[in-house]
Design a protein around this ligand. Structure first.
Ligand code: MN
Length: 640
């Protein structure tokens, strides 16, 4: 029994006011309490008394022995429960309240529905149940309207039918708290509730339900407490930040909000994004009764540039708006991985800021924390804790994935090593990661093969996430599968053959000069002396030339691969600061349209075609002035 106002004692008076309860029509015998005056209506008169109705289903006898005076059908009477007989019949006695003469306050009583949580639907298939929850999505199909409702335990689709293709309960909105009365039924591999009735909770009922649901959600959003795969003091500094993101992502799933992942389209980026995607898919499947939910609620897409391009942002936004329109989805949370930390990301972020789209970035590129602070709801980056790119995004995200879905751990043990090899991390933790991988059958050659195969597959997949193929290349479901091993070997071999072919021509066109500092500078026009629009792309071509020159010389080396309006930089053993060089060039060469960035010693620069000469000359001058740093030697991350 739920009263709509405080009080509830059966005593008649506050002062001289008699309080009388009035059961709602849907109240049942379970809502009737002893010692409480109820408003009743006489529906029949017999020799031995009168029959009264308290609601549609609650009625009983008032015996003539307790009655005085005359009565008529339809007359209102105030009664209290006398007894419930063994057969369930109820007997009432009149209460001395004169509805005409006394001052009376009537309190409506709502039916107290026994709630069945979404965790007990399968056990109640075919039985009518009630549940309370928040509407997280309203999808209009050609048939019924599907309300996705989240309670303390999960999210269930509730099908309400008005007329084919016509919106049922048009007043209800996403975010409303409702009571569902309906029958759970199996539908494909899912459980769905066929709705008998939906009602919006209001007033105290709503506040109470909202508080209860929020408390349950906050508790369920808590990530799992997992020990990191390896002991690593540098990582410990980032662990609380990752925990915060894990909480935010789990909460996003519990709220039924979709998640869009954008990641750098390289080995480390994929080692970051794929485990997080798998972890979120598992958690979504755990939370949602709808078996198709993982597929609808998370999308992973590669980003070709090392920043969030306007092209990607406008597409993501339009896609999100279409999903809201067509499927009644909430707008997504955007998760940027191995990307998203710099001023270059801000225009794209600001485009999304016109809508309710939270943004989280986990990255290890040199950040502009102030520039992105206003745009990001959370920012995890080793540079924010006096660490650097050697903690790769893949290493961070494997731990993040385990906080969300710890049972993935066994599938992921080799992934941080692949990420580290891909980005050439010389972190002190690499030895432990390599050890961990080798316990799972991955020696360094095999790790290099996986990394190479990822690069190769990512290139040909272009704007496609290649979900299944990338999972096979990363050997995530069954690392012992011979087919995966052969696939990885094949792709890695193809990649190396294509690189060899590219370099066979290109090496003839590499210009060399020795800078005053003793550094070897190599330059190649990748536009004219390498194949275009094929693998390897200019960045990788430059990187491969650079690697060969380091091997050859054993000295500090800088390599510049340039095209009509871009240059790719690689360096080893030189103390470069590419983001700094870019801002200097911007100031020194007005009209050259210089922009770019990346890591400190590895990056890319864009400029206008007509100013190429001036930009490259200025660039070489700055490189010549850079100090040699033996400590940096061979500690260079790889960048495409
Ligand atoms: Mn990376």
């Amino acid at each position: 029994m739920t009263r709509n106002s405080a009080g509830g004692s059966g005593d008649r008076a506050d002062g001289n006011v008699a309080v009388v309860s009035d059961l709602d029509p849907d109240c049942t015998a379970s809502d009737v309490e002893p010692d409480t005056p109820y408003l009743a209506e006489i529906n029949g008169i017999v020799d031995y008394g009168v029959f009264v109705d308290l609601s549609n289903s609650v009625s009983g006898l008032v015996h003539e022995s307790v009655l005085e005076g005359t009565f008529r059908v339809g007359q209102q009477l105030v009664v209290e429960l006398e007894e419930v007989r063994e057969n369930g019949d109820m007997a009432f006695v009149p209460v001395d309240v004169d509805l005409e003469a006394d001052e009376v306050r009537i309190e409506a009583v709502a039916h107290d529905y026994p709630l069945t949580g979404t965790d007990r639907l399968a056990a109640n298939v075919g039985e009518q149940i009630h549940l309370e929850g928040t509407i997280v999505q309203i999808k209009q199909t050609g048939g019924p309207t599907i309300f996705h409702v989240a309670d303390e335990h999960g999210v269930v689709p509730c099908a309400a039918f008005e007329e084919a293709g016509v919106r049922a309960y048009p007043a209800l909105e996403v975010g409303d708290i409702i009571r569902v009365t309906g029958t759970p039924e199996h539908r494909d591999e899912s459980v769905q509730i066929e709705v008998d009735g939906l009602s919006l909770l209001e007033g105290e009922d709503e506040a109470e339900a909202r508080e209860r649901l929020e408390a349950a959600l906050a508790e369920r959003a808590q990530p799992h407490d997992v020990e990191p795969l390896i002991e690593w003091p540098a990582f410990e500094k980032l662990r609380p930040d990752l925990r915060e993101v894990a909480t935010l992502l789990r909460r996003t799933v519990l709220e039924g909000r979709p998640i869009r992942v954008r990641h750098h389209a390289d080995g480390d980026g994929m080692c970051a994004a794929v485990p997080v995607q798998l972890a979120l898919e598992r958690f979504i499947a755990e939370v949602h009764e709808d078996a198709n939910a993982p597929q609808h609620l998370i999308k992973r897409l590669p980003a070709k540039a090392p920043f969030y391009e306007m092209e990607d942002a406008t597409r993501d936004l339009n896609f999100a708006l279409e999903d809201r329109e067509r499927h009644g989805q909430q707008l997504p949370l955007l998760l940027m991985l191995d990307n998203g930390s710099t001023a270059e990301d801000v225009p794209a972020y600001e485009t999304l800021a016109h809508y309710d789209i939270p943004i989280v970035a986990i990255d290890h590129h040199h950040p502009d924390p102030e520039a992105v602070a206003d745009s990001l709801d959370a920012h995890v980056n080793p540079y924010l804790h006096d660490e650097d790119y050697r903690i790769t995004t893949g290493m961070l995200c494997v731990e993040l994935a385990r906080m969300i879905a710890p049972d993935l751990t066994d599938d992921l043990r080799h992934v941080p090593a692949v990420a580290g090899v891909s980005d050439r991390s010389k972190a002190d933790a690499m030895d432990q990661y390599l050890e961990l991988a080798s316990e799972n059958g991955y020696d360094e050659n095999r790790l290099c093969d996986v990394s190479e195969a990822l690069d190769y597959a990512a290139f040909w997949l272009r704007y496609n996430s290649g979900d299944r193929l990338i999972q096979d290349v990363l050997e995530l479901d069954d690392a012992e599968d011979e087919r995966h091993r052969r696939l990885v070997q094949f792709l890695a071999d193809r990649s190396r053959a294509d690189v060899d072919e590219q370099l066979e021509a290109a090496m003839h066109h590499v210009d060399h000069e020795r800078l005053d500092s003793g550094v070897h500078l190599y330059r190649i026009d990748v536009e004219h002396h390498a194949h275009r629009f094929t693998y390897p792309a200019p960045g990788k071509t430059t990187g491969e030339i650079h690697d060969r020159k380091i091997q050859e010389t054993g000295d500090p080396v800088i390599t510049v691969g340039y095209g009509p309006d871009f240059a790719v930089l690689r360096s080893d053993g030189v103390r470069l600061d590419i983001p700094e060089m870019v801002s200097e060039l911007e100031a020194e060469l007005p009209g050259a349209g210089v922009s770019g960035g990346g890591h400190l010693v590895v990056g890319s620069i864009k400029f206008v075609k007509g100013k190429r000469e001036a930009v490259i000359d200025a660039l070489v001058e700055k490189m010549a002035a850079a100090d040699i740093d033996e400590a940096l030697s061979a500690a260079t991350p790889l960048e495409n």
